[in-house]
Design a protein around this ligand. Structure first.
Ligand SMILES: Nc1nc2c(c(=O)[nH]1)N[C@H]1C(S)=C(S)[C@@H](COP(=O)(O)O)O[C@H]1N2
Ligand SMILES: [Mo]
Length: 538
């Protein structure tokens, strides 16, 4: 259409190079053209997804499928190596691979136009398949990928048409001259047109992508007001952090709280449309709105969460004060039938987590939490509601963006992580960590202090001991007690002699059991072993 050569022009037989520029656009231009077309298509898909279904965005849908298909050891490695940065890295890698494949389609299209464009379309359809295969998908999830395919192929076809025109003009300077009145342009104006078009497509892709991102943001924690607790705890006591520099705070600020989940885009759930369903093997299934949930009696609980993937000495543990409704109240209201032994909890993003009925109804007082550290749950920690089960690792008791509690049996339904080989029953193992000094730190000889945290949720910490080199175990001083479901700070003054020292810590839980010494990997039921660091005093 924008070609300067009339439609249907028959190219002259190859007359061989006439001037240096007779080659027209090189292969790189065709690769770049398809890459740009694909980027514009992906941006269009992202934009449509932002309007109708954020998770169905082409790149994100493929990314989520990659996460789900990744073997457990690789996932563990990624979490250990990159922490929360594993998400942007994954999205980036999926995007780069997709763009490289698109560039390849451009090279094919240079020689065989329809084949190249068909391959590009097929590439986009992979994202449609990924979006539809998501556990939470609905018919509307087809749309973003289809739009991406159509826009991507059409844009690429148009751009490659411009390249053809440039090539034709280079081969037949007269045609180029006719267009802008300058003889012997060798397709220079076509070249200019191509460059402007490329820049335009780049800008279009960036704007569409950004707009789609803005659109996927929904309800926010700032929009809700919570009633005071019916069963409040005494105001939080001060921890050791004021007196022992470098020790973990007794209560982890929400902004510093670890985050572990499979969500590429943090689900943004509008509390106005959200409901919590309690059903399955129950006598009286019911559904609550957000307002109905927070109108139930709210209790305050100090609970430390721990991820099963946490290595000895690792960071995936944090303590907070939560506000929520007892799961016991919810399950009693529904009337769980005698045969049910598992509650399968579902999240708005399709996660399933399985928790023993026992743990959700006994005196440990698990809750459906709506607030953390005195504020509505942050979006990344599960707004508007999440499960918090004292004593169980997060993957079996801490469902974020909770939407449903389904009473069932372990025999009847398997949860996400169970499918991937993790333990079905995973109580948190006793652990202790040295926060200060840091591993490999230099400390001044003389009056040093060793300090850290220890946890054995729902058994409590009875004592912590520290050993310097091969010396005797020394009893550390424990910090304030925030209950058996919370971690405990500890410290030990240490008159450090000059030189290199190994410091080891171990805890004893409330039942009198000493923390296991033998080192094991986190998979499949949590790491055991004593935390040990090396420091130099001088
Ligand atoms: N919806 C959803 N909930 C989830 C997960 C998830 O991937 N998706 N991960 C679980 C795991 S493995 C842990 S350790 C905790 C972490 O909670 P946090 O991110 O608030 O610290 O959330 C749990 N709840
Ligand atoms: Mo976890």
């Amino acid at each position: 259409m924008t070609s300067t050569a009339p439609a249907g022009t028959v190219r002259p037989p190859d007359e061989g190079p006439r001037t240096a520029s007779t080659a027209g656009p090189g292969r790189g231009w065709y690769a770049a053209g398809a890459l740009l077309g694909a980027a514009v298509g992906a941006a269009a898909g992202h934009l449509v997804a932002g309007l109708v279904s954020p998770d169905a965005s082409p790149v994100l849908a493929v990314g989520s499928t990659v996460v789900d298909l990744t073997p457990t050891p690789v996932k563990e490695w990624a979490v250990a190596r990159f922490g929360t940065a594993d998400k942007p890295l994954l999205i980036g890698s999926v995007g780069i691979v997709a763009l490289l494949l698109a560039a390849g389609c451009g090279l094919v299209a240079r020689a065989r136009r329809s084949l190249g464009l068909a391959l590009l379309g097929a590439l986009a359809l992979v994202s449609v398949a990924a979006a539809v295969a998501r556990p939470t998908s609905t018919g509307v999830d087809l749309l973003p990928g289809l739009v991406a395919a159509a826009v991507g192929v059409a844009t690429t076809a148009w751009f490659l048409g411009l390249l053809d025109a440039w090539g034709d003009a280079d081969r037949d300077p007269a045609a180029g001259a006719g267009a802008d009145g300058m003889p012997f342009t060798d397709g220079r104006s076509d070249r200019r047109r191509v460059i402007v078009a490329a820049a335009g497509l780049g800008a279009l892709a960036a704007t569409g992508g950004a707009l789609g991102r803005a659109l996927s943001r929904g309800g926010s924690p700032a929009s809700v007001t919570l009633p005071p607790p019916a069963v409040p705890l005494p105001p939080p006591t001060a921890g050791l952090e004021a007196t022992v520099p470098g020790i973990s705070a007794l209560r982890t600020p929400s902004s510093q709280f670890y985050r572990i989940d499979t969500a590429l885009v943090i689900p943004r759930v509008d509390p106005a449309g959200w409901t919590l369903t309690v059903d399955g093997d129950v006598d009286r299934p019911f559904r609550l709105t957000y307002d109905e949930l927070i109108a139930m009696p709210l209790v305050e609980r100090d609970i430390t969460l721990t991820c099963v993937s946490n290595e000895v000495g690792g960071p995936y543990v944090g303590g907070a004060r939560w506000l929520g409704v007892l799961t016991r109240d919810l399950l009693e209201r529904a009337g769980v039938r005698p045969g049910a032994d598992q509650v399968l909890s579902h999240s708005t993003d399709g996660m399933t987590i399985s928790t023993p009925v026992q743990a959700l109804t006994d005196d440990r007082e698990a809750i459906v939490a709506v607030a953390m550290n005195g504020e509505p749950l942050p979006t990344r920690h599960g707004f508007p509601a999440r499960l918090v089960t004292p004593g169980l690792y997060g993957f079996v008791g801490a469902t974020k963006w909770l939407s449903r509690l389904e009473a069932t049996t372990y025999a009847a339904g398997r949860a996400y992580w169970t499918e991937r080989g993790w333990a079905t029953d995973a109580p948190i193992l006793t652990q202790s960590r040295i926060d200060t000094p840091r591993d490999r730190a230099r400390v001044s000889a003389g009056d040093a202090v060793v300090g850290g945290v220890a946890w054995a949720q729902h058994r409590g910490i009875a004592g912590v001991e520290v050993r310097v080199d091969d010396g005797a175990w020394q009893e550390a001083t424990l910090g304030p007690d925030a209950g058996i479901d919370h971690w405990r700070q500890w410290y030990l003054p240490w008159p450090a002699a000059p030189g290199r020292h190994t410091l080891t810590v171990r805890a004893t839980d409330g039942t009198g059991a000493v923390q296991e010494e033998a080192r094991t990997e986190p998979f499949p039921r949590g790491a055991t072993g004593w935390h040990r660091i090396v420091v130099t005093a001088g």
